[in-house]
Design a protein around this ligand. Structure first.
Ligand code: NAD
Ligand code: DAU
Length: 370
């Protein structure tokens, strides 16, 4: 394994640390009790949930090494002082739901492009201060990106050198953010690393995404809106593996490089739905085939050998991770209820009202009739 580029006792700034993957990362890092300090900068959008950090904040030893700041990565006044005191910045913050990006793209651009630019400007300022001897460490910047930047791939697996070909506003914003990160490395010499993770699942994921939506609806006996024929393929990665892959790339990634964080479990949605129904003790009578997502990417698949060559691999098998995830949602109804407050009903009606009205039982669908 290559050298660890993060010193013991380092101070990490994690943006988006109240969300699904960010909070897993923060809980894992602080839970090791190795002296690392973490500051979270999170806007607490509908997707952010401070209770995801409850185990950290209620533990005296961990909370002594932790700070939470509510703020926007696109706000230079909030970002500047936090970057100034950090040894590394992990940018997890983003608007993350493809369907919402199709309904309202603007917030995706504000956080995914302007927000990334604001962070990079702060890191550039502090990199120049380090070069001038005005601070001890040169800040490292890790951009959390996604397999969606490659666009859909009919056969084979995307490798890091493939062209970026995003096809949704979400994916386009993520690709634009990545390109800025690369440009700041080439032009200003910033120490940057990018990770491209595959479809992530596990506890604490907002119930707008496929697995938590279908699990929570199934547990409540509500219909499950399957887009089109349900034969779209995703590569599933447990959230603890995704968080570990991000931290591994932060510590061992080469400056300026991008790394795929692949799950290694490629499945069509129908297979995922069948397995989650079984774990939830429900059957296919709840599933409705509904009008498809516009521009729906048919398949994502990534080659994970570049990160594997540095010594990283995913550990959680989908066969274990999925039933455990179903159990977590069953055991945490209050968390689900909290996530489904505020604008949830309006979003659900806008996204699914007409679709479910036009939906059909899956048994009625014949092959190729998505
Ligand atoms: P999430 O939606 O659960 O959480 C996003 C967090 O970012 C929330 O806490 C939210 O409040 C915060 N946030 C949003 N805009 C912000 C802003 N302007 N300033 C500060 N905070 C802001 O997201 P997630 O699923 O945990 O995804 C995290 C990252 O991983 C994203 O960058 C996403 O693109 C990437 N990713 C996600 C997946 C996946 O399957 N979930 C896969 C690959 C990559
Ligand atoms: O691939 C990584 C990406 O995975 C991340 O970058 C995104 O942040 C994350 O949201 C996720 O994007 P997807 O669009 O793949 O995930 P989602 O859970 O929205 O959908 C997974 C699949 O399930 C996709 O083929 C669409 C389908 N689906 C989804 C929903 C919400 C349905 O059939 N019905 C639904 O109601």
């Amino acid at each position: 394994m290559t050298t660890d580029r993060i010193a013991p006792g380092a101070h990490l700034l994690v943006t988006g640390g109240a969300g699904f993957i960010g909070s897993q990362l923060v809980r894992d890092i602080l839970g090791r009790r190795d002296g690392t300090r973490v500051t979270v900068l999170d806007k607490l959008t509908y997707a952010g949930n401070r209770s995801n950090l409850e185990t950290v904040e209620s533990d005296p030893e961990q909370s002594a090494r932790f700070a939470f700041v509510r703020g926007d990565i696109a706000d230079p006044a909030a970002v500047g002082p936090l970057v100034a005191s950090a040894d590394a910045v992990i940018n997890v913050a983003a608007e993350t739901h493809v369907d919402r990006s199709i309904l309202d793209p603007e917030a995706f651009l504000r956080t995914g492009v302007i927000g990334v630019h604001v962070l990079l400007e702060a890191v550039r300022h502090d990199t120049e201060r380090a070069w001038a001897g005005e601070r001890a460490t040169t800040p490292r910047f890790l951009q959390v990106s996604t397999d969606e930047v490659y666009g859909e791939i009919a056969e084979g697996r995307s490798v890091e050198t493939d062209a970026l070909a995003p096809r949704s506003p979400y994916a386009a914003a993520k690709a634009a953010g990545e390109l800025l990160v690369r440009a700041y490395h080439v032009t200003y010499g910033l120490d940057v690393v990018t990770t491209r993770g595959s479809n992530t699942y596990g506890p604490h994921q907002h119930p707008e995404k496929l697995i938590p939506l279908f699990v929570t609806n199934a547990l409540a006996g509500m219909p499950l809106p399957m887009y089109g024929d349900g034969m779209q393929v995703r590569d599933w990665l447990h959230v603890s593996d995704h968080a570990a892959g991000i931290e591994f790339a932060l510590r061992h990634g080469e400056p300026g490089e991008a790394y795929n964080v692949a799950g290694g479990t490629e499945l069509p949605n129908r297979e995922v739905i069948g397995r989650l129904l079984e774990a939830a003790g429900r059957d296919w009578s709840l599933v409705r085939t509904v009008p498809d997502r516009p521009g729906h990417d048919r398949r994502y698949a990534m080659d994970g050998s570049k990160l594997a060559a540095l010594g990283w691999r995913a550990r959680v098998a989908f066969e274990d991770g999925l039933p455990a995830t179903v159990a977590w949602y069953r055991d945490n109804p209050q968390w689900v209820e909290q996530a489904r407050t505020g604008e949830w009903d309006a979003y659900y009606t806008r996204q699914y009202g007409d679709r479910l009205a036009a939906g059909r039982a899956v048994d009625e669908v014949v092959d190729g009739d998505g």
